[in-house]
Design a protein around this ligand. Structure first.
Ligand SMILES: CC(C)(COP(=O)(O)OP(=O)(O)OC[C@H]1O[C@@H](n2cnc3c(N)ncnc32)[C@H](O)[C@@H]1OP(=O)(O)O)[C@@H](O)C(=O)NCCC(=O)NCCS
Length: 187
């Protein structure tokens, strides 16, 4: 599928970045990526455990029909600088919350998105490139809606603005240790 093909973007004329699918050889790089995230970024982004064993298992059992895993890497492919998940459908707890909001989630037509960018690359446009790639993939896979995987924390002003910029709307709030918005985008 063309939408899943690697793409090179430029954050500045002399800084090419490759956006591509996570591949089976990426486990050490992905573990390194997560270890390099600040505590603050990690507090916003926790779709799964990043212990080495889990990451190795993920890289050995990749299945884009279930979860599209995008990474952005330096041009020499040495370093992962962003990791974005697109889950077909939703986690059971997200699906249950959306159900109570009157929005039933279907794996065929819904994606759940969880984006993350390495701290030094945040607020430099990479998230926008990744959102555009995610939207292209979602349309190519016939999705009609994207919801936020685990919502967005209300204190995460940057991410909240980011989603609003791309047309996501708030549809509810929920509390775990912190207050979160549920948001979704209709494609
Ligand atoms: C949220 C995140 C994915 C956004 O990606 P990014 O590369 O930083 O965003 P971009 O530079 O492409 O900016 C896109 C939009 O996001 C918003 N944004 C980005 N940085 C911002 C900042 N410092 N303050 C407020 N809004 C900001 C703006 O709306 C911006 O659009 P604009 O440049 O036209 O104003 C990224 O910052 C990130 O990974 N943060 C930590 C992890 C996280 O919060 N993940 C989301 C969990 S729900």
């Amino acid at each position: 599928m063309e939408a899943l093909a690697p793409e090179t973007i430029h954050l500045s004329p002399d800084e090419p970045i490759v956006i591509r699918l996570l591949d089976s050889t990426d486990a050490p790089k992905l573990t390194g990526y997560f270890k390099g995230l600040s505590a603050e970024t990690r507090s916003y982004f926790a779709p799964h455990s990043f212990v080495e064993e889990t990451v190795r298992h993920i890289c050995k059992t990749l299945n884009p029909a279930e979860i599209v895993r995008l990474v952005a890497t330096s041009a020499d492919n040495q370093t992962i600088v962003a990791y974005v998940l697109l889950l077909s459908g939703a986690t059971p707890s997200d699906a249950a919350r959306f159900q109570t909001l009157g929005i039933p989630i279907h794996a065929e037509t819904d994606f759940s998105i969880a984006p993350s960018i390495a701290d030094v690359y945040q607020s430099r446009g990479l998230g926008s490139h990744l959102m555009k790639k995610a939207l292209t993939i979602a349309r190519a896979m016939n999705k009609q809606r994207i919801i936020l995987w685990g919502g967005v924390q209300t204190r995460n002003v940057r991410a909240h603005r980011y989603y609003q910029k791309y047309g996501f709307v708030e549809v509810g709030q929920f509390e775990n240790e912190v207050l979160n918005y549920d948001m979704y985008l209709t494609l």
